[in-house]
Ligand binder design. Structure first.
Ligand code: E4P
Length: 233
């Protein structure tokens, strides 16, 4: 299972990358706008930090325009994956890019049928928007589950990328269902590490450690090792 971060914020990306768990990054025009900086420079900086696929989205709405933008985006950095909006024109561009070996992330997927078409057009990833489906009163995780089932039935090579993840329960459900990738905001990724029993257990271990005779872990171990070295010399 791969974990992508869903942000264009450099500090968040650096922090998540430092944990050694980051497989990729997804951006979209809204996330880029939030950072208030030059688009191409931001994408390049993200690609230098993230040692994996970084989705950068086109804004053209026709296939020719998408292909023109994609050709430029790909020159920013080899990590760039072209994010295309789900549409007939997006499918056309997806097929052309996939045929030339350019990875595509088909975004704004809200149904199994859309995901099937994107896979048939050769997309490397399809991105069902779980949270936004929930927002409409429908069940985003059920749609994700159906997409995964259908893809497994037909051995589609396209990876399912659970997107619009809003909280840790979404992340847990996506993992349980076998989503190939989950992309999530930094705050959700950070929250995945927390458990009150971990904090409680760690506090108890530290309190008990204070009762262990000696002057601390490092001096105690260093003294022990030095003594052993002397004895074996
Ligand atoms: C990821 O590729 C999407 O752009 C993102 O997950 C959308 O999330 P949102 O619905 O929280 O904006």
């Amino acid at each position: 299972m791969k974990l992508f971060i869903d942000t264009a914020n450099i500090d968040e990306i650096k922090e998540a990358a430092s944990w050694g768990i980051l497989d990729g990054c997804t951006t979209n025009p809204s996330l880029i706008a939030r950072e208030g900086r030059d688009f191409a420079a931001a994408v390049h900086e993200i690609c230098e930090i993230v040692q994996g696929p970084v989705s950068a989205e086109v804004v053209a709405q026709d296939a020719d325009g998408m292909l023109e933008e994609a050709a430029l985006l790909r020159q920013i950095h080899p990590h760039v994956v072209i994010k295309l909006p789900m549409s007939h024109e997006g499918l056309k561009a997806c097929r052309a890019l996939s045929d030339e070996g350019t990875p595509v992330n088909m975004t704004l997927i809200f149904s199994v049928n859309q995901a099937v078409l994107a896979a048939k057009a050769g997309a490397a990833y399809v991105s069902p928007f779980i949270g936004r489906i929930d927002d409409t009163g429908q069940d985003g995780i059920a749609v994700l589950s159906d997409i995964i089932d259908v893809f497994n039935t037909y051995y589609f090579e396209t990876e399912v990328l659970a997107a619009s993840i809003r909280h840790t329960a979404h992340a847990l459900d996506a993992a349980r269902l076998g989503s190939h990738v989950s992309t999530m905001p930094f705050k959700v990724m950070k929250a995945m590490a927390y458990h009150p029993l971990t904090d409680k257990g760690n506090a108890a271990f530290l309190a008990d450690w204070a009762k262990v005779p000696g002057d601390g872990l490092i001096p105690t171990v260093e003294r022990f090792l030095a003594t052993r070295q002397k004895e074996s010399a």
